[in-house]
Design a binder for this molecule. Structure first.
Ligand SMILES: *[C@@H]1O[C@H](CO)[C@@H](O)[C@H](O)[C@H]1NC(C)=O
Ligand SMILES: *[C@@H]1O[C@H](CO)[C@@H](O)[C@H](O)[C@H]1NC(C)=O
Length: 693
C-alpha cells in the first residue's frame, strides 16, 4: 500500500507535468512557426487596429497608440514602414489639465486610415482628446517603400475620430467624402453619423434625439448600391444602442441595428438643415428558441463582416452577437440577406401610439417621396436634391426613423451558437473556399480569450446546416481581450490584431491534422487534402486526381483505402515504465476534438479487451489520456488507444506498459541518491543536461 502522502506527491508531480506540458504548448504557439507569424518589431505602443488592407499594393495599414504602420501582407516582418505620430507635448499637458489621462488616454490613438487618392492616405487620431487628421504619402507603388506624413499639414478631426480612445468608431471615405459613426464632442455624449470633407455639405444625424441614436456603439459603415442608378446609392451602418424601452422589465436593454442614409443626402431646406433627411434604422434580430419554447436573444452586436458576391448590390452580411448582460453568457453568428434588409426598409414605419404608448405600425398617409428614398433615383427622377423634399416628408422622417419590422436572419436562426461556454465571440472574418466537392464557408471567429476558432459550415439538407470547429488557435496569451480584429486577405492569410500586437496566420495549416490520410480526411478542412504522402494545402488550381478530400462526409474509408494500413503499421509501439504501487499516465490525444476515445488492453497476445474505467476507481480518464493508479504487475501489457470519429475507428497510440518491482526501484533510488551527493561531474546527469540547454 502507498502512504497517502506519497500518493499526493505523485498527483502533484503529475499535475506539474501536465501544466508544464500546457505551458510549453502555449509558448510554442506564440513563437513563429511556418503558419503563424507574430509581428515582431517592438516599440512603445499598444492598441493595434487593422485599419485598412490595400490589396493593390499588398500592404496592411495598422494604427496604434501614436504609431502608423505599413506592413507587407505576405510577411508582416519584412521591412515594416513605421511612422511616429504623437500628440504634441503641449496638447498632452492640456489634456491632463482637464483631468483626463488616468489610463494613458492623453495620447494620439490612431482610429482611421482610408485611401484618399492613388498616392495618399487620409488618417485621423484622437490627438490627446483633440482629434487630428492628416495625409500620408505612400507613393505609387509598394516598391517605393514610401510611407510618411505630409509635413506641416494637420486637419481638425472633429466628426471623424472620437476624442476618447475607449469609444468605438466606424468610417468610410467615399468619393472624397468621409462618413463616420463617431462621438463628436469632448464629453463623449454627442454621437452622430457625420459627413465631412469633399464637395458635399457637412451633414449629421439629429443632435440629442434618442429616437435617432440612443447611446450607440458604432461597428461598421459600408456603401451598398441599391440599383444600377448611382443616385440610389446608400450607406449602411451597423451599430448597437440602448433600447428606448429599457426600463420596461422584460424588454432588452440593448438592440442591434442597421441604419442607412442616401449618399446624395444634402439635408433639408427649412427643417433638418444639415441633417440627414433619409435616415432610417431597423432592428437586427438574432435569436434561438430553446426546447422549452423560450426565445433567447443575442442583442449585443459585436462585429459585422460583409462578404461580397458577384452582384455588388447583394453582399451577404455576417454578424456576431453576444447576449447582453452578465447572467447568461452566449454568442451567435447570424447571416442576413440584403433582400430581407431592403424588405424591412420598404415596410411599415414604427409609431408610438395609444394610451399605453406602444410601438405600432404606422397606418396613416405616407408622404411623397416615401421617406428613405434618394433624390434623383429610380422613383424620384424629378427631385434633384433632398432640399426639394416637402416639409411633410422631412418632418415625417424626423419623427419616424425606426422601421416596424425587425430583420430576421436567413433561415430565421443563427448559423453558429455558443452557450454554456466561458468565452464570447468578438469578431468575425469569412472566407469562401472551393473544395473538391463544392464551395464552403469558413468562419474565423475571434474570442475574448485571445483565440480564433476556425469553423466550417456544412449543409445537412436544403434548410439546415451543421457547424464543425476545425481548430482553435491561440493567438494572444491574454484573457479578456477587449477586441480582436480579423481580416482575410487574398494572400490566403488571416491577420489578427489586438491590444498587444498583430499576428499573421496562414489559412492553410494542414500539418496540424497529423500524418495520416484518415486524420486529414476527418479534419474536413477545405484548405487541406491528402496528396498521397502528407496532409497539404489544397487549391482548386492544383487539382489532381490523386488528391483525397471529402468535406461533405469526412469519410476516410472511401478516401483513404490503402493509405491507412500503412500509417497504422507505421504507428510505433512505445514502451513506458511504471513502478509498482505508483501511477502511470498513458497519453493519447486524437487530433480532432470530435473524436471519442476508447482504450483496449492486451496481454501476452490474447484478444484485446476494453480497459474498464471503473476498475476500483483506479483508472482516471482525462482529455489527454488515462491515469492508472496503484499499479500492480497485472497492469503490464499492451494498451491501444482507439479514436472513433464519424464511424471511423483508428489507433492513435500503442503503449507497452512494463511494471518495475517496487523494492528494486527503491534500492536503485537509494544508490542514485548516495551517488549524487556530492555529485561527481562525470556522473551527474542533471548538470550535463543543464549545460546543453
Ligand atoms: C511608453 O509610452 C507611455 C505612454 O505614452 C509612456 O508613459 C512611457 O513613459 C513610455 N515608455 C518609454 C520607455 O518610453
Ligand atoms: C493626392 O492627394 C494629395 C493631398 O491632397 C495631393 O498632394 C496629391 O498631389 C494627390 N495625388 C494625386 C496623384 O492626385
Amino acid at each position: 500500500m502507498l502512504s497517502s502522502s506519497l500518493n499526493d506527491a505523485i498527483v502533484i508531480l503529475l499535475n506539474l507535468i501536465l501544466t508544464r506540458a500546457k505551458h510549453w504548448q502555449k509558448s510554442q504557439l506564440l513563437l513563429e512557426t511556418k503558419t503563424i507569424r507574430p509581428f515582431s518589431f517592438s516599440f512603445n505602443t499598444s492598441d493595434y487596429r487593422i485599419l485598412h488592407m490595400d490589396q493593390d499594393q499588398g500592404r496592411l495599414y495598422l494604427g496604434s497608440r501614436e504609431y502608423l504602420v505599413s506592413l507587407d501582407m505576405q510577411n508582416v516582418n519584412k521591412e515594416p514602414l513605421i511612422i511616429h505620430w504623437p500628440a504634441t507635448a503641449q496638447r498632452k499637458g492640456e489634456c491632463k489639465l482637464t483631468g483626463k489621462g488616468g489610463q494613458g488616454e492623453c495620447a494620439n490613438f490612431v482610429r482611421l486610415i482610408e485611401p484618399w487618392n492613388r498616392t495618399h492616405l487620409y488618417t485621423c487620431g484622437t490627438g490627446a482628446y483633440k482629434p487630428i487628421c492628416t495625409f500620408i504619402n505612400r507613393g505609387w507603388r509598394a516598391e517605393e517603400y514610401l510611407f510618411r506624413l505630409v509635413p506641416g499639414y494637420v486637419d481638425s478631426g472633429k466628426g471623424k475620430s472620437p476624442y476618447d480612445p475607449r469609444q468605438e468608431n466606424a468610417a468610410a471615405l467615399i468619393n472624397g467624402n468621409l462618413y463616420a459613426g463617431v462621438h463628436v464632442d469632448f464629453m463623449g455624449t454627442d454621437p452622430a453619423i457625420f459627413r465631412t470633407l469633399g464637395d458635399r455639405p457637412a451633414v449629421r444625424t439629429e443632435q440629442y434625439d434618442s429616437r435617432w441614436l440612443n447611446e450607440p456603439v458604432f461597428i461598421k459603415i459600408q456603401k451598398i448600391p441599391d440599383s444600377a442608378e448611382k443616385n440610389d446609392d446608400k450607406l449602411y451602418f451597423f451599430f448597437r444602442e440602448k433600447s428606448l424601452d429599457a426600463s420596461g422589465g422584460s424588454a432588452p436593454s440593448v438592440l442591434a441595428r442597421v441604419g442607412r442614409v442616401c449618399l446624395n443626402d444634402d439635408g433639408g431646406q427649412r427643417s433638418l438643415v444639415n441633417k440627414w433627411t433619409t435616415f432610417l434604422k431597423a432592428r437586427l434580430v438574432c435569436s434561438v428558441i430553446g426546447a422549452d419554447g423560450v426565445e433567447t436573444y443575442f442583442d449585443e452586436l459585436r462585429d459585422v463582416f460583409i462578404q461580397r458576391t458577384h452582384d455588388e448590390r447583394n453582399p451577404i452580411v455576417y454578424a456576431v452577437f453576444s447576449t447582453a448582460g452578465s447572467v447568461f453568457k452566449g454568442s451567435a453568428v447570424c447571416v442576413y440577406s440584403m433582400a430581407d434588409i431592403r424588405n424591412v426598409f420598404n415596410g411599415p414605419f414604427s409609431h408610438k401610439h395609444g394610451h399605453n404608448y406602444q410601438w405600432t405600425p404606422y397606418t396613416g398617409k405616407i408622404p411623397y417621396p416615401r421617406p428613405g428614398t434618394c433624390p434623383g433615383g429610380t422613383f424620384t427622377p424629378d427631385l434633384h436634391t433632398t432640399k426639394a423634399f416637402s416639409d411633410e416628408a422631412v418632418n415625417f422622417v424626423r419623427a419616424h426613423p425606426l422601421m416596424y419590422q425587425p430583420i430576421y436572419p436567413i433561415h430565421k436562426r443563427p448559423l453558429v451558437v455558443r452557450t454554456g461556454v466561458d468565452y464570447r465571440f468578438t469578431t468575425i472574418a469569412v472566407d469562401l473556399v472551393d473544395a473538391v466537392d463544392g464551395r464552403y464557408e469558413v468562419l474565423f471567429l475571434g474570442t475574448d480569450r485571445g483565440t480564433v476558432q476556425k469553423v466550417i459550415v456544412l449543409p445537412k439538407d436544403i434548410s439546415t446546416t451543421e457547424e464543425l470547429i476545425l481548430e482553435e488557435v491561440e493567438i494572444f496569451k491574454v484573457q479578456n481581450q477587449h477586441f480582436l480584429f480579423l481580416s482575410c486577405g487574398l494572400q490566403q492569410q488571416l491577420y489578427v490584431s489586438s491590444e498587444r500586437g498583430l499576428t499573421q496566420v496562414s489559412l492553410h495549416r494542414c500539418a496540424v491534422y497529423g500524418k495520416a490520410c484518415s486524420d486529414c480526411c476527418l479534419a474536413r478542412d477545405p484548405y487541406c487534402a491528402w496528396d498521397g504522402e502528407h496532409c497539404s494545402a489544397f487549391t482548386p488550381a492544383t487539382k489532381r486526381r490523386s488528391r483525397r478530400q471529402d468535406i461533405k462526409h469526412g469519410d476516410p474509408l472511401r478516401q483513404c483505402r490503402g493509405f491507412n494500413a500503412k500509417v497504422e503499421k507505421r504507428l510505433r509501439e512505445t514502451v513506458q515504465f511504471g513502478v509498482e504501487g505508483s501511477s502511470a499516465f498513458l497519453e493519447c490525444q486524437p487530433r480532432s476534438p470530435q473524436a471519442s476515445v476508447k482504450w483496449l488492453y492486451q496481454k501476452d497476445g490474447k484478444p484485446r479487451k476494453v480497459v474498464r474505467l471503473s476498475r476500483d476507481k483506479d483508472v482516471l480518464k482525462t482529455g489527454h489520456g488515462i491515469l492508472l493508479k496503484s499499479l500492480t504487475q497485472l497492469d503490464a501489457g499492451l494498451y491501444h488507444c482507439l479514436a472513433t470519429e464519424n464511424n471511423f475507428k483508428h489507433t492513435v497510440a500503442r503503449i507497452s506498459l512494463r511494471i518495475l518491482d517496487r523494492e528494486i526501484v527503491d534500492a536503485l533510488t537509494e544508490t542514485l541518491l548516495t551517488m549524487s551527493r556530492p555529485c561527481a561531474p562525470s556522473l551527474c546527469p542533471s548538470s550535463r543536461q543543464t549545460r546543453s540547454i
